[in-house]
Design a protein around this ligand. Structure first.
Ligand code: DQA
Length: 149
């Protein structure tokens, strides 16, 4: 069986749909998962979709992806701006990594302009709202098709 694409979400994204809808919209995380699954199925990918408020858990999923994932799509949320531990874990991953943000952090407060994760990311998608997720799945499928494992 082919390896899954990990789709990882950091803190507070469990509350998508009700969390600051003026910034993040009103789509829930369960709806985002359904969008990703539909797109992945069309492109013949399997996905493993996770969210955690804990940095430890996210590091452990990434470690599992070192040999176990075809690629990683990650919205690290606030850990984007703080976590060397997540960067260090991503630096061990040879598979493509897409960093994704629902909002455009560069239009927001200065502390959101720096991302540790960008140092490890193959590509960055931001500012497209939750539509960025199926676009990321599509881009991941294209990258994997261009460069089979
Ligand atoms: C976010 C942007 C981050 O700055 C913020 O801390 C989040 C969500 C986004 O998806 O736009 O929690 O990653």
């Amino acid at each position: 069986m082919s390896k899954p694409v990990l789709i990882l979400h950091g803190p507070n994204l469990n509350l998508l749909g009700t969390r600051q809808p003026e910034i993040y919209g009103s789509t829930t995380l369960a709806e985002v998962e359904a969008m990703c699954r539909r797109r992945a199925e069309k492109r013949g990918l399997t996905i493993a979709f996770h969210q955690s408020n804990s940095e430890t858990e996210i590091v452990e999923w990434i470690q599992g992806g070192i040999n176990g994932a075809a690629g990683i799509i990650i919205n690290p949320a606030a850990f984007t701006h703080t976590s060397v531990a997540i960067l260090d874990a991503l630096n061990m991953v040879k598979a493509p990594i897409i960093e994704l943000h629902i909002s455009n952090p560069h239009k927001r407060e200065g502390f959101r302009h720096h991302s540790y994760v960008t140092y490890a990311a193959t590509a960055l998608i931001c500012g497209l709202g939750v539509n960025g997720y199926p676009i990321a799945v599509e881009a991941m499928a294209d990258m994997l098709a261009a460069k089979p494992a």
